[in-house]
Design a protein around this ligand. Sequence first.
Ligand SMILES: Cc1ncc(COP(=O)(O)O)c(C=O)c1O
Length: 356
Amino acid sequence: MSLLNYRIHHLKPYTPGEQPDRNQNFIKLNTNENPYPPTPEIKKRVEEIINAGDLRKYPNPISKGLVEEIAKQNNLKENQILVTNGSDEGLALLFKGVLEKKSRVILPYPTYSLYPVLAYIQMNDSIPVKIPLRPNMHFDFPKLKKKQGKLLTFAYPNAPTGILENKEDIIDLVANFSGIVLCDEAYIDFAPRDSSMIDQITNFENLVVSRTFSKSYSLAGLRVGYLAGNTKIISELYKLKDSYNLGMLEQEIALAALKDIDYFQKNINKVIQSRIWLKSKLEKFSFIVYDSQTNFLYTKPPENLPAKTLYNLLKKDKILVRYFSDEVCKDYIRISVGNEEENRELITKIGTYLSI
Ligand SMILES: Cc1ncc(COP(=O)(O)O)c(C=O)c1O
């Protein structure tokens, strides 16, 4: 007999993208980090906090200042928001709060690969039900709409494809689903402004939206995200979080980044311009590149340069991209948009592999 819950022996943990040491000098285009630094405002704020000696105190347990600003910027009430330690914590809290024994978790496939792991680690025999994407990589809405369960979860825009589905189709999906719908908007800031589902929270009590500071605010190292949803659901989820789930610096840095709207918007625009440039260059090399509304591209290289070979060649040349070896993804690579120099280097290297 095992000393632990026997299910733990069968769990496969989530595999994050490689994070090489800084001194290895990789161009990192593998984990959808932002290529630009966060706003310089955060340095001032950190210095103020340290100089005032505030770090000896506990942080605000519910990240109050940050919640207020998120509510203001998104036209929501403060009690519709739960700030979390990265959006991954928000997703984990929601799975914990929703799933019962043998609950079904419906998801398009592929989508963010953490969702099935989160279902399994509840250790209550919850079952991920994967609905394959259509051949054009879009959600299969008719099939998704036929499924019911405790939770329906997807990234919007989707990862790893980068594709943004039509908002009306997503609204229809939420209206049709009897359980909770988790709409993961990790990349929504790179998509048109009005595409976010956050304005639908007041219309649907079963809709929860997650957001992160990791991508558009260049703060992946900080670990800040949030859930937005119906007041009743959010107040229940508060019971599951760690008492101080965010440190003082995390709260204050995220708040400073949120307030510097100009800086944020300039960075977003630069990334979008680079995304367009990168896509056109890859297409000139006969790559199939899906229309992305994120800070990454999902692409199938031409037959004479298979995805895995390309991944390995680039790695040898100190450029990391993301390769997923499972059956549906094995012919594709996912490339995060880098800064202009990094993108040029990537394109030059690919050109040499193709002898162009
Ligand atoms: C779709 C999606 N959701 C959530 C996350 C996690 O974000 P965070 O850094 O806020 O935990 C990622 C990270 O890559 C992601 O791709």
